[in-house]
Design a protein around this ligand. Structure first.
Ligand SMILES: Cc1cc2nc3c(=O)[nH]c(=O)nc-3n(C[C@H](O)[C@H](O)[C@H](O)COP(=O)(O)OP(=O)(O)OC[C@H]3O[C@@H](n4cnc5c(N)ncnc54)[C@H](O)[C@@H]3O)c2cc1C
Ligand SMILES: NC(=O)c1ccc[n+]([C@@H]2O[C@H](COP(=O)([O-])OP(=O)(O)OC[C@H]3O[C@@H](n4cnc5c(N)ncnc54)[C@H](O)[C@@H]3O)[C@@H](O)[C@H]2O)c1
Length: 452
């Protein structure tokens, strides 16, 4: 029996869901949202935003240590984990209540619990049956299940961001975004940090030369890398945890008090009973066409981390897909597709590593004449003034058109400067256009003229 009917039911309350629910309600439609955890989604509660508070702390201590005695004098700059957690909670604690209120203020009905399909246009949540003219799925992603003994002893990123103290020995499984970002903070807190990754280097999707520089810097601050190795099990010992590592025949164990999951995320769709809703899906997520509509159920749209779009699972991607869903949801002929442009990505280590567009290998494969401009910029004045000795760039330019094919930055303000390249690539600016632009001086942006 149907308890309530709506024009639109939205599952999730992260960036993708929020935009679609609010814009649709503002257009006069009746909307319900369903959330199984606190309202607000991963980015605001357990991802980008709280993470940035932690990485800011790591960056500040790093700056203080390397500038000590030259730019200023500091006595024992250090992270106080308890204070840091309390400060982070100033940002995260109000989110749940504010987020739900912002839906309700627009007349959106809010439901708490796990949403499950009970038919092609019906959802069950907490014993209530809802019918939707349209259903938008934006359930995000979750840590990939670890098929290892003792997987229940591994701490996930959401629990890591709520830890009241940080122990002295920490092991990270995987060498991707999460491990590298957290490891830089934990190392600056003063703990022993080990990263175990199955590849030959961490951050495989980023430029190998710049990752090499970042790994050197990471080692200088005490991070140990165990590469081409897999964690095979975690067991409890009297002092903490013992991590078993298989390094292709070279087995070893590492003692830790904390083992953190940084081994990738998968679409969070297991609880939805998508088969009951006739919604096709695969390992990479919900199958959608280019309008973000389910390929198998025309009433259903999906966006963000839970879909198989081939795009990186990042907040700006979720936002763009939501913008498109708003346009297509109630259209007789949905035909608008996302315009992702070149999606910039940043690893918030100290310094940050940032990238947009093609990698060197992709550029050389796709274009006959590529100018590869790579330089270690640690000797540049702008970098030396920060007392940092880890910086570089790689810019890939199509020699035929002078267009930027990819930009890869490591160093101070890389996380900001990359946006200039994203803008240039989206609007087809050439290397000469960038070179001829007057940027304020002395800024890191003004270094762009030397890179192109
Ligand atoms: C530690 C960490 C750091 C990150 N840092 C960055 C960063 O710096 N920059 C960046 O761009 N991206 C970052 N990301 C990725 C970013 O958080 C995601 O890409 C983004 O949140 C995806 O948004 P979404 O709307 O698809 O889903 P989410 O934000 O994940 O929201 C999905 C919501 O759906 C709810 N839900 C799931 N299943 C159900 C169900 N069956 N019923 C009801 N509700 C359900 C969940 O509880 C959740 O609230 C980070 C992620 C993590 C984990
Ligand atoms: N700054 C950001 O934008 C940011 C930050 C954090 C997370 N995220 C999002 O969250 C996702 C998940 O982050 P992540 O760091 O968990 O994943 P990731 O995909 O970035 O990296 C996972 C790494 O774990 C390795 N790995 C997997 N299983 C392993 C095992 N058993 N043993 C050893 N190594 C193993 C992989 O080789 C890979 O290098 C990211 O892909 C991104 O979408 C983004």
């Amino acid at each position: 029996m149907i308890d309530h009917s709506f024009d639109l039911i939205v599952i999730g309350t992260g960036p993708a869901a929020g935009t679609v629910a609010k814009k649709t309600a503002e257009s006069g439609k009746s909307v319900a949202v369903v959330e199984s955890r606190g309202f607000g989604g991963t980015c605001a509660l357990r991802g980008c935003n709280p993470k940035k508070v932690f990485t800011n702390a790591g960056k500040l201590v790093d700056q203080a240590i390397r500038a000590n005695g030259s730019l200023a004098t500091f006595h024992h700059p250090q992270i106080d984990w308890g204070n840091l957690l309390a400060f982070k909670q100033q940002f995260t604690r109000p989110v749940t209540q504010k987020s739900e209120a912002s839906f309700q203020k627009r007349g959106i009905r809010t439901f708490h619990g796990i949403a499950r399909f009970s038919g092609p246009d019906t959802i069950r949540v907490d014993g209530v049956e809802l019918r939707g003219e349209r259903i938008f799925i934006a359930t995000g992603s979750m840590p990939s299940p670890l098929q290892i003994q003792g997987s229940d002893l591994v701490t996930r990123s959401d629990a890591f961001l709520e830890m009241e103290t940080m122990p002295s020995q920490v092991t990270f499984i995987g060498g991707g975004y999460i491990s590298m970002e957290f490891a830089h903070v934990v190392a600056r807190f003063g703990s022993r940090v080990v990263i175990v990754d199955s590849n030959e280097r961490p951050l495989m999707r980023f430029d190998a030369d710049l990752v090499g520089q970042l790994v050197d810097r990471s080692r200088q601050i005490g991070i140990e890398f165990t590469m081409q190795s897999k964690v095979t099990g975690v067991t409890r010992t009297k002092d903490g945890l013992s991590v078993s590592i298989d390094g292709s025949g070279d087995d070893q164990t590492v003692e830790s008090q904390l083992v953190v999951h940084g081994a990738g995320r998968v679409p969070n769709i297991v609880d939805l009973d998508l088969a009951a809703g006739s919604v096709d899906f695969g390992e990479q997520g919900i199958e959608v066409d280019e309008t973000m509509r389910s390929v198998s159920n025309p009433r259903v749209f999906a966006g963000g981390d839970c879909v198989h779009s081939g795009m990186p699972r990042l907040t700006p991607v979720a936002n763009e897909e939501a913008r498109i869903v708003v346009k297509n949801l109630f259209s007789e002929t949905p035909d608008t597709a996302p315009d992702y442009g070149a999606v910039p990505a940043v690893v918030f280590t100290t310094p940050c590593l940032a990238a947009v567009g093609l990698t060197q290998a992709q550029a050389l494969e796709q274009y006959p004449n590529v100018d590869v401009r790579y330089e270690d910029t640690s000797t540049w004045g702008s970098v030396r003034k920060t007392r940092l000795d880890c910086a570089g760039y790689k810019v890939l330019v199509d020699k035929q058109t002078d267009r930027i094919l990819g930009a890869h930055l490591l160093g101070p303000a890389a996380e900001e400067t990359i946006n200039l390249f994203a803008l240039a690539m989206k609007f087809g600016l050439t290397a000469t256009d960038l070179k001829s632009t007057l940027f304020a001086f002395p800024t890191f942006a003004s270094d762009v003229r030397r890179m192109v």
